[in-house]
Design a protein around this ligand. Structure first.
Ligand SMILES: Cc1cc2nc3c(=O)[nH]c(=O)nc-3n(C[C@H](O)[C@H](O)[C@H](O)COP(=O)(O)OP(=O)(O)OC[C@H]3O[C@@H](n4cnc5c(N)ncnc54)[C@H](O)[C@@H]3O)c2cc1C
Length: 506
């Protein structure tokens, strides 16, 4: 039994179906597969929840993706080319549709209504944008942070200032990070910085600027600074929909609109799972040999029957999440263009200005033209970080769409009258947070490891701020363990920590 049809759950089900005699049964709460990496549809337009770059340092993950959706003709990436053997047979028509595009990444920061390169590049353009006086201040504050770093690093603010200096931190980290998490950086543990922007520092930014100038190979550049990525022609959901079709061909079963509600256990084994329909009815009980769960760790623990000890339940209840809203907005035209007058090529723009709630804008046409029905229009994704049940979250969709259009108008990107239509997608628990009871997560890990046939995988399944590839690697490791049993099950928890690749903030 697999809970969740996101990247982790589907990877586990596919691996089981292809490599073992086990028939996976997948239960998914939503009406479609892909989890946070799904693609939604609106009036012939497609939208991601955030833009999803496919990028990994793991050849196993890359091979897996390109087996599902082959690389576009004539392209190659390190160690792979479009000629590489693909072992899923496909018709010519399918080969036209199932294409992994190689995209150039462009993302910038809007700060004080000006567009700054991202990742930040130390060049004359930056100095011109921030002005001579502020450039000197920035340099002085950087030197100060090196000569007298804050010790010990108590929180994310200390972590950032020690790497970039207080001025750069104030301009390019504080406002946006506080929008994402909804609390001051001072209240966020420095663990967050270590996990998400490991290895990135002003020194690395300088090296990157030089590397770019000298055209050095990508694999040697800090992962957060990578310039190209893969992207399925019809969005990330296309890949996960393909995976679920393959699982069905292999006789695996995927039930959408079905939530795992109660997990029964006896003598250290999960024996059965109750799944329920959307209105809480239509309960059926599925017995299982193994349970692989990618549902939120807190919810899994609180759904165990008999219930866990109080100490465990309290830690589970104390895990914190941040939620997320994407507004798909169709507009006639943008009011902004690049300095040379050409249309913006950005995949997304971070909004650091704090007079608007808007966190990021996605330009879906620049991810893939096939996401867009009418190419004369602009199809945008406006991203809002919020908490389930807060005032913004509870607003009616029409009001959220109007706020989004109004904010885009305010930052000068559109004329509000050019707004055509929009849609609102809410994503609960999009970001597992590293505070609350997170510091006691090892107690939860130990408790869950006591169930022989239970594997928790993926982003919320492990409460890790992970990307798709990490979710997949944890799923692959769970299946490796089920099939081979030749390593300690608790090592699955270390996959993220041991893996080199850390993506910058989502
Ligand atoms: C804004 C944003 C941008 C991102 N950008 C990128 C990117 O560019 N590249 C990248 O690699 N990653 C990116 N990520 C991360 C990526 O989305 C996740 O790493 C990935 O989707 C995690 O996969 P998962 O299967 O672990 O979890 P999820 O995608 O969360 O899937 C879990 C599934 O379980 C289901 N579920 C939950 N509870 C139950 C239950 N009780 N019963 C049944 N089903 C249940 C959920 O509905 C969901 O479908 C981004 C994330 C966000 C929020």
């Amino acid at each position: 039994m697999v809970i969740g049809a996101g990247p982790a759950g589907l990877t586990a089900a596919y691996e089981l179906a292809t490599r073992s005699s086990i028939t996976p049964i997948v239960a998914e709460t939503l009406n479609r597969v892909g989890g946070i990496s799904r693609t939604e549809y609106y009036n012939g337009y497609r939208l991601d929840l955030g833009g999803h770059r496919f990028f990994s340092k793991s050849p196993r993950v890359l091979r897996w993706w390109l087996n599902m959706v082959p690389l576009e003709a004539g392209k190659d990436i390190e160690n792979f080319s479009d000629k590489d053997f693909v072992n899923i047979p496909r018709s010519d028509a399918e080969m036209d549709e199932k294409v992994m595009l190689v995209r150039k990444r462009l993302s910038r920061i809007l700060y004080e209504r000006k567009l700054f390169d991202y990742p930040i590049r130390l060049d004359t353009k930056l100095l011109k944008l921030i002005g001579f006086g502020r450039s000197i201040d920035t340099l002085v504050s950087f030197i100060k942070s090196k000569l007298a770093p804050v010790k010990p690093e108590r929180n994310l603010e200390d972590f950032m200032i020690n790497r970039f200096g207080s001025k750069l931190y104030g301009m390019f980290f504080k406002g946006y990070t506080e929008k994402v998490w909804g609390i001051p950086c001072k209240n966020i543990g420095s663990d967050w910085g270590r996990q998400r922007i490991k290895g990135l520092s002003l020194g690395k930014v300088v090296t990157h600027s030089i590397s770019r100038a000298l055209h050095l190979k990508q694999s040697r550049i800090e992962t957060s600074l990578i310039d190209t990525f893969l992207y399925p022609k019809f969005g990330p959901g296309q890949l996960w929909e393909t995976v679920s079709q393959e699982i069905a061909h292999l006789k695996g079963q995927i039930y959408t609109n079905k939530s795992a509600a109660v997990m029964y256990h006896k003598n250290g084994q999960i024996s059965a799972v109750d799944i329920k329909g959307p209105d809480g009815t239509e309960t059926s009980r599925i017995t299982c040999d193994y349970l692989i769960s990618s549902m939120p760790l807190s919810e899994l623990i609180l759904s165990l029957h008999p219930p866990p000890p109080k100490e465990i339940a309290d830690i589970a209840k104390g895990l914190v999440y941040r939620d997320f809203i994407t507004v798909g907005l169709l507009v006639d035209k943008l009011k902004v263009c690049d300095t040379n007058g050409s249309p913006l090529k950005d995949n997304w723009i971070y909004i650091h200005d704090t007079d608007v709630k808007l966190g990021r804008i996605q330009f879906f046409k620049n991810w893939s033209p096939w996401l867009v029905a009418d190419h004369s229009k602009q199809w945008l994704g406006l991203e809002y970080f919020c908490s389930e049940g807060d005032n913004f979250w509870n607003l009616p969709d029409e009001e959220i769409i109007m706020i989004a259009a109004d904010e885009l108008n305010r930052i000068g990107f559109i004329d509000k009258n050019d707004m055509q239509t929009g849609c609102v997608i809410r994503a609960c628990k999009a970001y597992p947070a590293y505070w609350g009871t997170y510091d006691k997560i090892d107690i939860l890990q130990e408790y869950l490891n006591s169930f022989d046939n239970l594997y928790t995988i993926g982003r919320n399944g492990m409460h890790r701020y992970n990307n798709m590839d990490h979710s997949m690697l944890s799923a692959m490791a769970a299946v490796d363990h089920i099939i081979e049993k030749n390593f300690d099950k608790k090592d699955i928890w270390n996959i993220n920590a041991e893996n080199e690749y850390q993506e910058e903030r989502s």
